[in-house]
Design a binder for this molecule. Structure first.
Ligand code: ZN
Length: 155
């Protein structure tokens, strides 16, 4: 969409009230998700909440609505972690680097982050050994797992 088109788009969500980012994930544009604020098709999706309820918008609109709060900046970096995990796994799958791609949410506090609800993704290398990455609970459940769950087997 070029800027002249964007200018004419009707904004649906009022500014000047508080929005909180409650989650974000990535999807394919072809999935047909559109921004509740500007109506554009979106791939980088965010769920925001205000006194009027919960809405799915694009990350760009979420940034406008939420402002540059610490909370939003934190969520944005967690979103980047999810995107990076997805890119890493997609590349490994495409390049046939390993097998047994999986993700697990820990139900005990024995793992690295020592909290129930933290998690990791992992795969076995065709050459032996394994690759994994672990995430703390707040990042794992809301940002990383939703972004990779269609790529791996989830435990
Ligand atoms: Zn939008």
């Amino acid at each position: 969409m070029d800027d002249s088109v964007r200018m004419t788009v009707q904004r649906n969500l009022p500014l000047g009230i508080e929005y909180k980012l409650i989650g974000s994930w990535q999807t394919e544009l072809e999935a047909g998700v559109t921004c509740h604020n500007c109506g554009a098709p979106i791939a980088n999706c965010a769920e925001v909440e205000s006194v009027h309820g919960k809405f799915v918008v694009g990350m760009d609109c979420a940034k406008t609505l939420c402002g540059d709060s610490m909370h939003f900046m934190y969520a944005e970096s967690a979103f980047a972690m999810g995107k990076s995990a997805r890119a890493t796994l997609r590349k490994a799958i495409k390049e046939n680097k390993g097998t047994n791609f999986r993700a697990e949410t820990f139900t005990t506090a024995k793992n690295f982050y020592k909290e129930i609800g933290s998690g990791w993704w992992q795969y076995t290398l065709s050459t032996g050994g394994s690759i994994f990455k672990q995430y703390p609970k707040n990042v794992w459940c809301s940002h990383v797992l939703p972004m990779i769950k269609d790529l791996v087997s989830v435990k």
